[in-house]
Design a protein around this ligand. Structure first.
Ligand SMILES: [Zn+2]
Length: 123
């Protein structure tokens, strides 16, 4: 689903305005605190189901924070309203893997091709 992907990209770029604008008005938080230190490094769409007025997307997005790789696993609900799709809410699920710390000399998990210590290790 396209909205899911563009919201993921917006997260990756920390675009608060876009995330709020695509959030269903009845569910939208007053403000959104995004951690600028989070680096999103992958998106896996696990399941999606679209009906006329609603859609569900289950995804797992992996991220790097403080030298550790972890994941956000969520089942997101979307609603169709006035000709547009909106994110409404999401149910947080357990990640499919235990958070882990990449070795400093291995390839960075962000896929840059650089060594971890020279890329996202944050030091
Ligand atoms: Zn990196």
């Amino acid at each position: 689903m396209l909205l899911m992907r563009s919201r993921y990209t917006a997260h990756a770029l920390v675009e608060r305005a876009y995330l709020l604008e695509t959030w269903h008005p009845n569910f939208r938080p007053r403000q959104l605190d995004l951690d600028a230190r989070v680096r999103w490094i992958g998106l896996d769409i696990i399941d999606s189901e679209q009906r006329e007025q609603s859609a569900i997307v289950e995804f797992e997005a992996s991220l790097l924070l403080d030298g550790e790789v972890s994941a956000m696993h969520e089942r997101s609900d979307f609603g169709f309203r006035q000709g547009r799709w909106f994110y409404t809410s999401g149910e947080q699920l357990a990640a499919s893997f235990v958070p882990w710390k990449p070795g400093r000399n291995r390839d960075c998990p962000c896929g840059s091709g650089r060594k971890f210590k020279r890329c996202c290790a944050n030091d």
